[in-house]
Design a protein around this ligand. Structure first.
Ligand SMILES: Cc1cc2nc3c(=O)[nH]c(=O)nc-3n(C[C@H](O)[C@H](O)[C@H](O)COP(=O)(O)OP(=O)(O)OC[C@H]3O[C@@H](n4cnc5c(N)ncnc54)[C@H](O)[C@@H]3O)c2cc1C
Length: 395
């Protein structure tokens, strides 16, 4: 089936990354914030076949890569750790153990990179996010912690990669890392620009409307001036500060669990890779468990880290030797309890992707899909859930 940007948006497969604007700028493709609270492209009546074909090859909405390794349930793993930043401020500000921020600061300090490409809130705004270029440790620290909302990541990509004296660390969601690597594969002249790829573990990107819903719960008559989704502890609170100085807090369980996590894009619900298989390092929450379930009681932050390449493992151990971070070996079997959602998602991907392929009119390009060992009845229920969510999101 021929790729169509319009059809990708219509079937809620678009993840709003902005790559189509980067590739199709001269044909007039432009990202906008749609009423549903996600970024989507606006497409002029006619765009050239070459542009549409390049977007079709790279669009993360329709190009789906399943985990490429049958030895572990979570893909290629060179080494697995639990860890945290040894700098208390970074550990506190970070989403989990502040590992990503600590590594970014380490690379800047050692001048191994010239800048960090990472998502952060737009200047003078409390809500909207975009890819930022951080050149100092202060900038990196200001952009620590997860923002559970969309971000334009790739709309200015060619300009960033064309700068010959830049050497970047790229931080993104698993789909962002995959997309950037694929883009560089077909533009190998940009390959020296990115020294390291770090991925956060991701359960899906919620709409801005979900954030607005939480803000409305505060019932504060003055406008919000600052918004944090978590951090300042582990997991830390969703926290909004208003112009009148008042603060509104919601626990991680109430914000992510009851509102944000229930408002993610359809494409995220069928995603097979929430655990950064394309990155050098993937970092997530090393939740402690109580009675077999993650425990969200406030404590000192701790991350789990999957080193997926020798380059990533080398960086981790270098930062550990330099005293920036602490590491302990992790048995990857423990991820099943630490990350039950990610585990279920990996095991049941076949039952989500097959109905999604039919619902998209055969437009999904699924690579390396295999039938995992999974309870058939439960799998059919998951398939039914995928069909239900597809039609529900159209209303
Ligand atoms: C949409 C989303 C879904 C998530 N789902 C899970 C999950 O299922 N399981 C889990 O364990 N953890 C999840 N996380 C949390 C994430 O895995 C943690 O950020 C991770 O534990 C890293 O912690 P840290 O303390 O090392 O990161 P920090 O040191 O706090 O650094 C976080 C980095 O993430 C970047 N970032 C923040 N928001 C975004 C964004 N929207 N897009 C791209 N980059 C961003 C920041 O620029 C920063 O560099 C999710 C985060 C997001 C944004």
């Amino acid at each position: 089936m021929r790729f169509s940007i319009q059809q990708t948006v219509r079937t809620s497969l678009c993840i709003g990354c902005g790559l189509c604007e980067a590739i199709g700028q001269r044909d007039g493709i432009k990202m906008r914030l749609a009423e549903n609270g996600f970024y989507e492209p606006t497409i002029p009546d006619s765009i050239s076949k070459e542009i549409e074909s390049e977007i079709g090859k790279l669009c993360p909405g329709v190009n789906i890569e399943c985990i490429d390794n049958k030895e572990t349930f979570c893909g290629n793993v060179v080494a697995a750790y639990e860890g945290w930043s040894n700098e208390p401020e970074i550990r506190k500000k970070g989403s989990s153990g502040g590992i990503i921020t600590a590594l970014a600061c380490y690379l800047l300090r050692k001048q191994q990179i010239t800048a960090v490409l990472q998502v952060g809130v737009c200047e003078g705004d409390f809500l909207h996010n975009k890819l930022q270029v951080s050149r100092t440790e202060e900038e990196v620290m200001a952009r620590a912690s997860s923002r559970y909302a969309p971000a334009l990541v790739f709309d200015h990509l060619p300009e960033l990669l064309a700068k010959e004296n830049e050497f970047y660390l790229f931080i993104g969601k698993p789909c962002d890392v995959m997309t950037l690597k694929k883009y560089i594969n077909i533009h190998p002249e940009y390959q020296p620009r990115i020294k390291y790829y770090l991925s956060l573990v991701c359960a899906g990107m919620p709409s801005y409307n979900a954030t607005q819903q939480l803000i409305r719960e505060a019932g504060n008559p003055t406008p919000p001036v600052e918004l944090k989704y978590r951090g300042d502890g582990w997991p830390g609170n969703f926290k909004v500060r208003f112009q009148n100085g008042e603060e509104f807090l919601r626990s991680y369980n109430d914000s992510w669990g009851k509102v944000l996590g229930r408002n993610v894009r359809f494409r995220c619900k069928i995603c097979p890779d929430g655990i950064g298989q394309w990155a050098d390092l993937a970092v997530g929450d090393a939740w402690h468990t109580v009675d077999g379930y993650p425990d969200f009681t406030e404590q000192e932050g701790q991350s789990f880290i999957l080193a997926r390449t020798p380059v990533g493992n080398g960086l981790l151990n270098e930062a550990c030797r330099a005293g920036m971070i602490s590491l302990q070996p992790l048995d990857i079997g423990n991820l099943r309890q630490m990350q039950p959602y990610q585990y279920l998602r990996l095991k049941s991907v076949f039952y989500r992707l097959v109905p999604a392929w039919f619902l998209s009119g055969g437009r999904l390009k699924i690579h390396r899909l295999h039938i995992p060992r999974f309870n058939f009845i439960q799998g059919c229920k998951i398939s039914a859930g995928t069909v239900y969510r597809f039609y529900k999101r159209k209303k």
